[in-house]
Every structure is written in structure tokens, then in C-alpha cells.
Write a protein that binds this ligand. Sequence first.
Ligand SMILES: Nc1ncnc2c1ncn2[C@@H]1O[C@H](COP(=O)(O)OP(=O)(O)O)[C@@H](O)[C@H]1O
Ligand SMILES: [Mg+2]
Length: 151
Amino acid sequence: MNDYKLVSRSVSDTMELAQNIESEKFPNMVICLVGELGCGKTIFVKGFASALGIEENITSPTFNIVKEYLNGEMPLYHMDVYRLEESKESIGLSDYFNKGGVTIIEWSDMIQNELPAERLEIHFKVIDEETRVIKCIPYGKEYEDLCNYVL
Ligand SMILES: Nc1ncnc2c1ncn2[C@@H]1O[C@H](COP(=O)(O)OP(=O)(O)O)[C@@H](O)[C@H]1O
Ligand SMILES: [Mg+2]
């Protein structure tokens, strides 16, 4: 399988990547963000949200797991599953995947078994204070096409 490796040298590089991906959004898109605390997952969501025209400030939905932003070009469902207590709450999250919006999941590796087969995974690796190696891995034709087009 193809994957796409990029280097981000600043917050704005990471936001630009998100904006490029947003430009090829489609209903029921699922983007899975993986990487340690502080690698830039929420920064990516901020970039994506601003490209959607969402004006609210984006913060990680740590305690409520999902935040819905409905005033952009398409609904955005922002999940942070770091504190998800398995069995209990993960059931129900998948309802968001086909509501017509875009779902972005921070710490998606913690719910690996609940993820849709077709999705874009983005893995962040911290190199130094400002540098991140970012690997985009498309699962499914739509996501492969998207990566070919924007990356
Ligand atoms: N290239 C970069 N891409 C994204 N964030 C960066 C980058 N360089 C430095 N940072 C900093 O790293 C932090 C990333 O925070 P955040 O996006 O909240 O991480 P996470 O959600 O993965 O825990 C921010 O403080 C941001 O300013
Ligand atoms: Mg975060």
C-alpha cells in the first residue's frame, strides 16, 4: 500500500496540510490522527476547521469525547478518544461516520477495532520542537485518490 511521507516544519505547515485535505473533502470522510501528546493532532483539526469556515475556537473534546461543529460548509465531528472508557462509550461513536459530515478522531489507535475500513490515517512523529514527520496512509479508493491529488 502507498503511503505519503511529509515533513512539517511549523504549525502553519501542519495547518496547510489540513487545508489541502479539506479542499477534497466528501461526505462521511473519516480522518484518524495518531501520535503522542503535543505532536500536532489538534493543530491539524484547527486547520481543517478553519478551511471549513468554522469560526469557533477548536479545543480537544477531552471530557465529552465528541464535539460537533455545524456551522461550516460541512458538519465536523471532532473526537478525542484518549479518555474513552472502552466498552461503555465507544459504542455509538460509529454513528457519526455516516451522518454526512467529516469525522476527525484524535488518538484513533485507541479504538482501532471501531474504525471504518475506509479512512485516512495520519501519523505524526515529533522530531524536534518545530519539526514533525507526517505519514498519510489511505485505506480505500476515495482516500487513495485524495492523497494522489493533494499530497
Ligand atoms: N510542525 C508543527 N506542527 C504542529 N504543531 C507544532 C509544530 N511545531 C510545533 N508545534 C506545537 O506543538 C503543539 C501541538 O499541540 P496539539 O496540536 O495540541 O497536539 P496534540 O493534539 O497532538 O496533543 C502546539 O503547541 C504547537 O504549537
Ligand atoms: Mg489534541
